[in-house]
Design a protein around this ligand. Structure first.
Ligand code: GH3
Ligand code: MG
Ligand code: MG
Ligand code: MG
Length: 318
């Protein structure tokens, strides 16, 4: 457990730190309320022990600021215990009203301090498992269960954010729509289970190509998503004709290179993908127009015989 100890009196800090450290806790310090707010944000403690009377900013105001900060974060409530010189009923009521959880005399007997810290440490453990579970749930809610790519929901969310940024800065924006060729025949021939395996492998090839493109700085922050069924999408912020076409062709090649047998897929005898791309030189209007244009390109790629990429000239007049 990491404890943020806030007190302006050196003697209190020394005694408390010695005791808390002897129980095996990590202690970080702040000597006034303002410092406490700053340290809280960077240290993310499991517990705050907060003095009330301090120069610069008192403990009540600091607690208010910490609660306001927590509301902007995805953190659970951090316990704050006020350190007081007297444990009166009024002190308790004021402490809770100010957003604290308890109060404790600075001169609390050592066994009481030890017992209270044990209880707090249990709560800290619970908070840690809760936030781990929360993170895991967030991942699950944004990932496609079969392929592990972004699902449609998080794709829409991220796309809206990226599109808004591109709009506000007048940046270019590109989009690829991808669709496995003759996939119904693949399922009919090899069975649904093999179809699922194929989708996973194709998704992995797409993701690898996109990450590689980002790593080589051919694209920036591009990401792949499962659009639905055997269709995928790749968002490419700041795309130009060259970067978008190169990425589209790399993905077509990468899927072909997987060499997954597909006896019913024309003359190739292996799984292939068709890709349609569209982009705007300066984002404006609605992103759905870009999706429609990429869909039209994909349709042309299918008509041209599949296993290829078609990227449109930049859209204009949006
Ligand atoms: P085209 O080359 O024109 O795209 O032909 P296609 O057969 O790929 O297109 P169509 O839309 O007719 O068929 C898509 C198939 O994708 C049908 C559906 O059973 C299959 N499919 C969609 N989602 C899944 C999935 O999660 N798992 C499996 N195994 N198959 C899926
Ligand atoms: Mg003080
Ligand atoms: Mg399809
Ligand atoms: Mg298809």
């Amino acid at each position: 457990m990491k404890i943020l100890l806030v007190d302006d009196a050196r003697s209190v800090v020394m005694v408390m730190t010695a005791r808390l450290s002897s129980y095996g806790y990590e202690v970080v310090h702040a000597s006034n309320g303002q410092e406490a707010v700053d340290v809280f944000a960077s240290a993310a403690p499991d517990l705050v022990l907060m003095d009330i009377e301090m120069p610069v900013m008192n403990g009540f105001t600091a607690t208010n600021r910490i609660r306001a900060f927590e509301a902007t974060q995805q953190w659970a409530w951090t316990p704050i215990i006020f350190l007081t010189s007297s444990d009166t009923v009024e002190n308790l009521v004021t402490a809770i009203d100010a957003g604290g959880d308890d109060f404790m005399s600075k001169f609390v007997p050592e066994p009481v301090l030890h017992a209270k810290m044990n209880a707090m440490s249990r709560i800290a453990g619970l908070r840690q498992s809760l936030s781990q579970a929360n993170r895991r749930l967030q991942d699950l809610a944004s990932q496609d269960g079969l392929t592990g790519l972004c699902n449609r929901r998080s794709m829409d969310f991220r796309t809206d954010q990226m599109w808004q940024e591109a709009q506000s800065k007048g940046l270019s924006f590109g989009l690829l729509m991808l669709d496995i060729d003759n996939f119904k025949k693949f399922n009919d021939h090899y069975g649904h289970q093999s179809g699922d395996d194929c989708l996973r492998n194709v998704a992995h090839a797409i993701e690898t190509a996109v990450q590689r493109s980002n790593a080589l700085k051919h694209t920036e922050l591009a990401f792949a998503a499962r659009y639905g069924g055997e269709e995928f999408a790749v968002m490419v912020p700041k795309a130009g004709s060259e970067s978008l076409t190169r990425l589209a062709q790399l993905i077509v090649q990468a899927v072909r290179a997987l060499a997954i047998a597909h006896a019913e897929n024309a003359s190739w005898g292996r799984v292939t993908i068709s890709v349609g791309g569209a982009w705007v030189a300066s984002a404006s209007g609605q992103v759905v127009v870009l999706f429609r244009a990429a869909d039209a390109s994909l349709y042309r790629a299918k008509q041209q015989g599949r296993n290829c990429a078609v990227v449109q000239e930049p859209l204009s007049g949006q």
